[in-house]
Design a protein around this ligand. Structure first.
Ligand SMILES: C[S@@+](CC[C@H](N)C(=O)[O-])C[C@H]1O[C@@H](n2cnc3c(N)ncnc32)[C@H](O)[C@@H]1O
Length: 243
């Protein structure tokens, strides 16, 4: 894969995505795909976009977002004013816009304060647009939806203040350097697709990118077991403050 090291990924999920990859390339077989990609390397991006799984949703995992809303965000805002938040492997942006809406309700949001990154350019373009289907937006709690969404005929857009609070970048999380320190990093539902050695390196890298006392939020099936990180809520780990 162009720029991505496929050795870092678990084989089974990649194999499950092969039919989608062939459909995206409009070829009937792996042999034809190989030939096409050799002749037209720019098509590799299409193949990668189809191989990586980008499922996401607003306020995904109720328990996690309840804990963020009730405990983590109020304390973080009290401590830092305007917390710096990075959604690493952000997919279509729904995850980070969810956090932005919660911060806006604490008057803790400013221009370009948050960062969303993903390897797939297609996902970053969707995040940048900030326009979603009404069905996708139905996961947003009604009080937040009322304040932070603009409803069109067939779509909804995140409100300008929410939109302007985020910058989006295409990055390979496994090889690119981190732009820390962050008060909160969300890295959810990527590690499940990676080989265990790569996952261990990823957690170390994210721990290093957190500010002392900052929190790492992971997916339901992910458990970073690292010195210096203590679980403080469902899927939420706090980096120890400097002694
Ligand atoms: C299942 S989605 C998770 C989205 C969101 N974090 C959530 O939990 O709702 C996983 C994302 O990881 C991205 N991804 C996979 N490998 C990556 C890499 N090496 N660098 C950056 N993003 C990557 C994929 O493109 C995909 O958008």
């Amino acid at each position: 894969m162009a720029g991505l090291d496929p050795a870092g990924y678990r084989m089974a999920p990649l194999i499950r995505r092969l039919p989608a990859c062939l459909r995206a390339l409009r070829v009937p077989s792996i042999a034809v795909a190989k030939d096409l990609l050799t002749r037209q390397p720019p098509k590799l991006q299409l193949a990668i976009d189809a191989l990586l799984i980008g499922t996401s949703s607003f306020f995904r995992d109720d328990l996690v977002f309840e804990h963020l809303a009730d405990e983590v965000i109020p304390a973080m805002v009290a401590r830092t004013g305007k917390p710096r938040v990075w959604s690493a492997a952000c997919s279509n942006g729904m995850e980070l816009y969810s956090v932005a809406m919660m911060l806006a309700d604490h008057a803790a949001l400013s221009l370009k304060q948050l960062l969303g990154t993903d390897f797939r350019s297609e996902a970053i373009s969707e995040a940048e647009r900030g326009i979603y289907s009404p069905e996708a937006a139905s996961g947003i709690p009604p009080t937040l939806a009322k304040r932070h969404l603009i409803r069109g005929k067939a779509s909804v857009a995140v409100a300008p203040a929410i939109h302007a609070s985020v910058r989006w970048e295409c990055r390979d999380l496994l090889t690119d350097s981190d732009p820390g320190p962050w008060d909160m990093i969300l890295c959810r539902n990527l590690a499940i697709y990676l080989e265990s050695g790569v996952v261990a390196q990823l957690w170390k890298k994210l721990r290093a990118a957190l500010a002392p006392g900052g929190v790492l939020v992971v997916g339901k099936a992910e458990k970073p077991r690292l010195n210096g990180l203590t679980q403080v809520g469902p899927c939420i780990y706090r980096k120890h403050p400097v002694e």
